[in-house]
Design a protein around this ligand. Structure first.
Ligand code: AMP
Length: 470
């Protein structure tokens, strides 16, 4: 039986009322977090009270701090604990996310004697084993590498007290069902569990029923949070002219940083080549790229050496690129909720954001499903010189024309109630050591389960994710 926690609103909330220690409050202040996000307001006190959580939220809502802060506080307090054994385990779907979450945890644990390691496929296993042997408090891992290390006897999972599934829907999308079952069987029965997912697929529901004890359901309206800082526009265009329009938009608006989403790996490569031909330097991440190439691409993008990143849905899921101003949907995602995952990369942490969608005539059906999910229309703008022929039905959309001089950004308020950050900063490594990394995780396992509709909505959508080559 699920108990739903009503959303109290965030206006008057402050971190000081959530039960966090003075040390953690100082850390948050130093990080410039002036106010907890809705999910932090709800989840932190519940985790501190020892409750299991089913969280309906995606990255960008401040979810990492929501589970990490109370876990860190509890680990610090637990004086009886054996320091050499990991006590918290966070399972994430991708290596990029493992690294990102571990970095965030290290930043929240600054100045405390809490260590965190990121484990994912790729790097030297012997070195990872050695570091694990030295003792670590929190493990952030992708399922594949965790199992591998466990088989070799390197992962001490018998003392895990806190288990977190982050982006559970993506974990299942990637086909890690068997690995998840194996991991659960390795853990002690008495532990506190938290499961976060943007969508409630049948597999996620099954997992939550299996592992969560009297869970409290915390639902964060991702869209509303994003809406406040995010402007969404759609540009109708003929399919054959999408790449041209893409180059034009990026070039003419001189976006400082832009993340382009494509549905497939082939499309990602094609878009990348076309941009290169147009003189727009870009990097690509998708499931066929090697570990080193993905790492390099991401760091070049984060550091600003490359201002364009082309990515497939899964490769970029959950990535937090601080201050990312623009996301472009080169195509319409198969699964409507992937649209939320995509646009959620921008307009985060109180920054402004712009989400542009390129829409061709064959994509109207998928787009109308997204509009239905959003419950509102998206501003349609015809780009001069790229208008599709009227007989494609695209001009029927209510919209206005945009000149080639570009668009004006809408002025919006910060979603987190904090001041808008002007110069995004990367989190620093802190703690005893930084997160460590490893080898390529199998990204396309091809046995993805059908994805359901958005959390709470029990109506499953037809499966399209399996074998869609992301
Ligand atoms: P997450 O959803 O955990 O990936 O967080 C998204 C972004 O929001 C990250 O860059 C965090 O550093 C930032 N963030 C998390 N909580 C807050 C907060 N209370 N105030 C401001 N920024 C935050």
């Amino acid at each position: 039986m699920l108990t739903k926690i009503p959303h109290k609103g965030n206006e008057t909330m402050s971190f000081t009322t959530l039960g966090l220690s003075a040390h953690l409050l100082d850390t948050l202040e130093a990080k410039g977090y002036t106010q907890p996000t809705p999910i932090q307001t709800q989840v932190i006190p519940l985790v501190l009270r020892g409750r299991d959580i089913l969280g309906a939220a995606q990255t960008g809502t401040g979810k990492t701090a929501a589970f990490a802060l109370p876990i860190i506080q509890k680990l610090v307090k637990d004086v009886e604990a054996t320091q050499s054994s990991a006590r918290a385990l966070v399972i994430v779907p991708t290596r990029e996310l493992a690294s990102q979450v571990a970095l965030a945890i290290e930043s929240y644990a600054e100045g405390l004697n809490i260590t965190c390691i990121a484990l994912f496929g790729g790097a030297n296993m012997a070195r990872q084993a050695k570091e694990l042997g030295e003792g670590v408090d929190i493990i952030v891992a992708t399922p594949g590498r965790l199992i591998e290390l466990n088989k070799q006897g390197h992962i001490p999972l018998s003392r895990i007290q806190y288990l977190v599934f982050d982006e559970a829907d993506t974990i299942f999308d990637m086909g890690f069902i068997r690995e998840i079952e194996q991991i659960i069987d390795l853990l002690p029965v008495n532990r506190q569990n938290m499961l976060f997912s943007a969508t409630m697929t049948p597999s996620v529901k099954q997992l939550s029923e299996k592992i969560l004890k009297k869970p409290l359901l915390v639902e964060i309206d991702n869209l509303k949070a994003a809406d406040m800082t995010l402007r969404q526009v759609v540009h109708p265009v003929e399919k054959e002219r999408k790449k041209e329009l893409l180059s034009f938009l990026i070039g003419s608006n001189n976006y400082s940083q832009v993340l382009i989403f494509t549905r497939t790996k082939v499309e990602a490569d094609e878009v990348s080549s076309e941009l290169t031909l147009s003189g727009l330097k870009n990097v690509v991440i998708h499931g066929n790229k090697k570990h080193g190439a993905r790492d390099r691409a991401l760091s070049e993008f984060r550091e600003g050496t490359a201002r364009i990143l082309v990515a497939t849905d899964i490769a970029a899921r959950g990535l937090d690129i601080e201050g990312l101003p623009v996301v472009i949907n080169y195509d319409i995602p198969h699964v409507s909720t992937d649209y939320l995952h995509r646009i959620g990369r921008t307009g985060r942490a109180g920054n402004e954001g712009l989400a542009i969608t390129l829409l061709s005539s064959g994509e109207h059906h998928s787009w109308s499903k997204i509009i239905a999910m959003l419950g509102k229309n998206v501003e349609t703008i015809l780009v001069e010189g790229f208008e599709p022929p009227a007989d494609q039905g695209l001009l029927k959309t209510r919209g206005k024309s945009m000149s080639k001089d570009g668009e004006k950004k809408a002025k919006t308020d910060g979603a987190f109630g904090n001041k808008r950050k002007k110069a995004p900063v990367q989190p620093k490594f802190i703690g005893k050591r930084g997160p460590r990394v490893a080898r390529e995780e199998p990204v396309d396992k091809g046995n993805s389960p059908a994805r359901g509709s958005a959390f709470g909505n029990k109506k499953p959508s037809p499966s399209k994710s399996g074998g869609r080559g992301r």
